[in-house]
Design a protein around this ligand. Structure first.
Ligand code: C5P
Length: 470
């Protein structure tokens, strides 16, 4: 049951913790351990930067996932304090036994009440915030940083980037709400962020219109995402003027009437099966512009910034992602742009392979199973399933994807479509279904994951289909 949001309680908790950490700053070695996705990279960077500014002897490390083995290896490195961001909430008792009191968890994953109330755990849910919609790890981390020092408002854009990357733009017309909104307000007040309403296309300020449409994967525009030639042909036919004075126009340069026309043309293609008005409404919403960033980089649009960070994390370059969060706009940005291109190609290839091998996608009532073994890499499964779930054919479903993990295990990613009408908490579902076959799982109500023995796959799918009410 949702509690009233307790911002004062959260801030007071952070002040107490912050004082304690900073008090013995010079004598202590602190390790920030964070997740590789964009929310993980942003939250880890925020905590790291805020402690470094206070003279704490701090380092930061990323891990793709936390398990008992990783905890044991971290524990052997004898830091005085371990701060986990966007990780570990379901492993509190393992942390207790490996690290005693030497840890702090800042997170937004929903976990058991008892774990959430422990003194070393600061979880969004315990302070009345819906950790799937109103608070991400990065906004939780930002308010930790702000409690340490009110001058840390310059870190607020990272909270916005993390929230958008974790798909927490869940207010009216893709706006931010709750703790995320509070961080966005700080960024706005500091002149670092402008929020406006516009078409939600990737590269809308920087790319030719057809490229921008083709680069957009949320929503996934079937037949258009990934194929700029098809988009160009379609736009030529529509008569929309695509060039001005010999140069390509961008989406942000279109007049309101031209934007309307563009949406109608696209909706007529992608919305044919799922209702054109739905497709149109998914294309318009709050746009978050990071004012200090260069106009010709993907860093200027906070959603694109998040995609860039996700590409770093998923392609094995999380150090580059952290460097960018901490302000490197030189070599790290150059590397990240290259990684982003590779990431997009890899995602499109995986999506095409899934869509074009007829028997890989099976529908069981409201659940869709997307079997990616052999064609989707484990590390790309989460983003692939997120993109698939945003496409018109799957928006009303729960999509459960799988990929091989080593020789004998399967990685599962589950996502609930925006238009899904049922009542399912995927975090709970993944945990219960995985545990029933000897695996582990968890996550949020709309995005969750699991790891199961490969031999138990059929039993796992049956458990999931049964619980979603196929
Ligand atoms: O890996 P994926 O992107 O599908 O994860 C979705 C969400 O589920 C993430 O928030 C992740 O932390 C969580 N998860 C989990 N336990 C797992 C796998 C994923 O809590 N075994």
């Amino acid at each position: 049951m949702a509690l009233p949001a307790d911002f004062e309680g959260l801030t007071a908790k952070y002040q107490t913790l912050g004082l304690e950490i900073v008090k013995s700053a010079a004598a202590r070695r602190v390790l920030v351990v964070t997740h590789i996705d964009a929310d993980g990279l942003c939250s880890g960077s925020v905590v790291f930067a805020s402690l470094m500014r206070k003279g704490v002897n701090v380092a930061v490390r990323t891990v793709p996932e936390l398990d008992a083995g990783t905890i044991a290896s971290l524990a052997s490195q004898r830091y005085d304090l371990y701060i986990f961001t966007d990780l570990a909430s379901s492993l509190i008792s393992e942390l207790e036994s490996a690290l005693g009191g030497r840890y702090l968890v800042i997170d937004h994953h929903q976990v058991a009440e008892d774990d959430m109330k422990r003194p070393s755990v600061v979880n969004a849910w315990a302070y009345g915030y819906d950790g799937g919609a109103e608070a991400c790890s990065s906004s939780m981390a930002y308010f930790f940083a702000l409690a340490l020092d009110p001058r840390n408002t310059d870190l607020s854009p990272l909270a916005v980037i993390g929230a958008l990357a974790d798909r927490q733009d869940r207010g009216h017309e893709r706006s931010l709400i709750g703790l995320n909104k509070a961080a966005a307000d700080d960024a706005g007040a500091a002149g670092l962020l402008t929020v406006s309403k516009d078409l939600l296309f990737t590269g809308r300020e920087t790319r030719p219109i057809h490229e921008s449409v083709a680069l957009t994967s949320t929503p996934y525009l079937r037949g258009l995402t990934g194929s700029k030639d098809s988009v160009l042909a379609l736009l030529h036919q529509s008569g929309l003027p695509l060039k001005e004075g010999g140069s390509w126009r961008t989406i942000s340069s279109l007049t309101p009437e031209e934007k309307m026309k563009l949406t109608e043309v696209l909706a007529s293609v992608v919305g044919a099966s799922a209702g054109a008005s739905d497709a149109i409404s998914a294309l318009v919403g709050d746009v978050f512009t990071l004012e200090p960033e260069d106009s010709f980089t993907p860093l200027r649009d906070a959603r694109e910034f998040g995609t860039l960070l996700n590409s770093c994390g998923r392609m094995g370059a999380s150090g580059t992602g952290i460097a960018i969060c901490l302000g490197d706009r030189g070599a790290a940005l150059k590397d990240a742009l290259k990684t982003l291109g590779e990431y997009r190609l890899a995602l499109n290839k995986a999506l095409d392979a899934l869509a074009n091998s007829g028997d890989r996608i099976e529908r069981h009532g409201k659940v869709v199973f997307a079997r990616g073994e052999g064609i989707v890499e484990e590390r790309l499964l989460g983003p692939v399933i997120s993109i698939l779930t945003s496409s018109p054919g799957f928006k009303d479903s729960v999509v459960v994807g799988s990929a091989a993990s080593g020789e004998s295990e399967i990685k599962i990613s589950a996502r609930e479509g925006d238009a899904f009408a049922g009542e399912v908490n995927l975090g709970l579902l993944m945990r219960e279904a995985a545990e029933s076959v000897g695996g582990t799982g968890g996550g949020h109500s709309m995005a969750a994951g699991a790891k199961i023995p490969a031999s138990a796959a059929d039993r796992f799918y049956a458990a999931v289909a049964g619980r979603v009410g196929a």
